[in-house]
Write a protein that binds this ligand. Structure first.
Ligand code: IDP
Ligand code: MG
Length: 140
């Protein structure tokens, strides 16, 4: 079994779309193995989006992801779970995202694009450790 991290972003929670998005992912057959409605703080946001530091949209992205609670989940499936989730999310820019995808059906703007999913198995491992250290590190 492979796990991946999903963040249902503040815009989705604000719009009441968390249930719709969770349903799509669990109807596909993925299993929720951890979840939390959580206000992501600036420090965690900056660490999570470190790869985008210095880009024009970085500050806006950090402000956006920290503005109200996100629904953060670990999903599990039989293999390549991160890839299944990424395909269901659609392209980063909702204008480019195919109909039938979460962003293609439900979003309009590139910043407020509803959902984050890890983009590789290594990223999934690191992001699960960042958001749910209690499940990945032995108790000390
Ligand atoms: P991803 O979420 O599809 O993996 P990334 O390129 O990793 O896309 O970008 C992270 C997040 O940053 C996006 O989901 C989106 O919220 C935001 N973002 C990406 N590119 C832009 C942009 O050009 N303008 C504004 N926000 C952007
Ligand atoms: Mg990304």
């Amino acid at each position: 079994m492979e796990k991946t991290l999903v963040i249902i972003k503040p815009d989705a929670v604000e719009r009441g779309l968390a249930g719709e998005i969770i349903s799509r992912l669990t109807n596909k057959g993925l299993k929720i193995v951890a979840c939390e409605l959580r206000l992501i703080d600036k420090d965690l946001a900056r660490r999570h989006y470190k790869e985008h530091e210095g880009k024009t949209f970085y500050d806006e992205l950090v402000d956006f992801i920290t503005r109200s609670p996100s629904f953060v989940m670990v999903l599990e499936g039989p293999g390549e779970t991160w890839k299944i989730v990424r395909n269901m999310m659609g392209a980063t820019d909702p204008a480019e995202a195919a109909p039938g995808t979460i962003r293609g059906d439900l979003a309009l703007e590139v910043t407020e694009n509803l959902i984050h999913g890890s983009d590789s198995q290594d990223a999934a491992q690191a992001e699960i450790e960042l958001f749910f250290p209690q499940f990945t590190k032995p108790a000390s």
